[in-house]
Design a protein around this ligand. Structure first.
Ligand code: KIV
Ligand code: ZN
Length: 389
């Protein structure tokens, strides 16, 4: 039985790929899409079919190959975009057309050069147009968080009437705050009379570093589709990071009371695959998938973790698919972690030898950021030879 009440919409291959330095070729996109299927995301936004022949080919190939996941293509609110999007996704088991138009005053005036009523009509016409191809049509109100809420409510009501199955509330420029976004989602639920006929989605950018916080606030307020990317890649400062959203929902189930379908042990392998493909590394201290995310160096923390992991770990590294040794030996490490490492390396040393090697380890750690097993082996060899002399 599927218990999840939150759907994860992955846009790594569309919005993520729009980030400088992250473009992928067809083979790489397909490899990534297969991994996203393994991760059990609910929807893959595979690209923007009209953007280029390469994008069209990628969306089409993914739609024809990946069968366990819904596949969406982005399209502007234009008939030619929707035609192309449909051509690309029609082979999918569960195809979706995702169409969008901006609803903020600033975008309507300067970018679209259109009056609000014209924008509303175009949104309705294009959702109706997409519906002639398939049932699952997502509508996004670009720059929703800087739009007039009353106008947004009218647009959403109208597109739902036209058949939109998902209405998306993007924080396109990463401008909102958790409290404000909560109020907006609640406002939509209270002021769009037919809202129960569609799923509320959110799509947050990270310009002020709040994409994940805003996404989680929206989930708490009733959003049921969360849009995100692996490692948080995306335009400018990126999109909300999937691994952070998913692990926050899981670790704080007591608070969010929401489940996803994500196979969390695939989070780390998926993050690594994306890094290998794009060459874009994640910072060491990045939550969930950074090199230091589960590493403990200080003696007090290492002692605690050795006694009971829950002292300093709110989730296990294994739960995100990380299986390597996480007690890092450095100058802050203490005797407990050192002894534990010696044992795990197969050394059963008497107290005098251990004292001796521990002292040399501390001297070495003052000169080196991290002391690795090979350094310890060299120390042991050196010490035991000296002690035998
Ligand atoms: O950020 C944004 O508004 C988008 C839309 C196209 C959903 O990416
Ligand atoms: Zn976006």
């Amino acid at each position: 039985m599927n218990e999840s009440n939150i759907s994860i919409f992955d846009t790594t291959l569309r919005d993520g790929e729009q980030s400088p330095g992250c473009s992928m070729n067809l083979k790489e996109k397909l490899e990534m899409a297969k991994q996203l299927e393994k991760l059990k995301v609910d929807v893959i936004e595979a690209g923007f079919a009209i953007a280029s022949p390469g994008d069209f080919e990628a969306v089409k190939t993914i739609a024809d190959t990946v069968k366990e996941v819904k596949v969406a293509s982005l399209s502007r609110a234009l008939p030619q975009d929707i035609d192309k999007a449909y051509e690309a996704v029609k082979g999918a088991e569960a195809p979706r057309i995702h169409t969008f138009i901006a609803t903020s005053d600033i975008h309507m005036k300067y970018k679209l050069k259109a009056a609000p009523e014209d924008v509303l009509n175009r949104a309705v016409e294009m959702v109706t147009y997409a519906k002639k191809y398939l049932n699952d049509v997502q509508f996004s109100a670009e720059d929703a968080t800087r739009s007039q809420p009353e106008f947004l409510y009218r647009v959403f009501e109208a597109v739902i009437k036209a058949g939109a199955t998902v209405i998306n509330v993007p924080d396109t420029v990463g401008y909102t705050t958790p409290e404000e976004f909560t109020a907006l989602i609640k406002g939509i639920k209270e002021n769009v009379p037919n809202i129960d006929k569609a799923t509320i989605a959110v799509h947050c950018h990270n310009d002020l570093g709040m994409a994940v916080a805003n996404t989680l606030a929206a989930a708490k307020a009733g959003a049921r589709q969360l849009e995100c990317t692996i490692n948080g890649i995306g335009e400018r400062a990126g999109n909300a990071a999937m691994e952070e959203i998913v692990m926050a929902l899981q670790t704080r189930y007591d608070f969010y009371q929401s489940k996803t379908n994500i196979e969390t042990q695939q989070l780390y392998p998926t993050s690594r695959l994306l890094t290998q493909i794009t060459g874009m590394k994640v910072q060491r201290n990045k939550a969930i998938v950074g090199e230091n995310a589960f590493a403990h160096e200080s003696g007090i923390h290492q002692h605690g973790v050795l006694a009971n992991k829950s002292t300093y770990e709110i989730m296990t590294p294994e739960s995100v698919g990380l299986h390597q040794h996480q007690l890092v030996l450095g100058k802050h490490s203490g005797r407990h972690a050192f002894e534990d490492r010696m044992k795990s390396m197969g050394y059963d040393l008497d107290k005098k030898t251990l004292d001796n090697i521990f002292q040399s380890f501390k001297e070495l750690a003052d000169k080196k950021k991290v002391v690795y097993n090979k350094d310890l082996e060299a120390l042991i060899k050196d010490k035991t030879l000296k002690m035998e002399e």
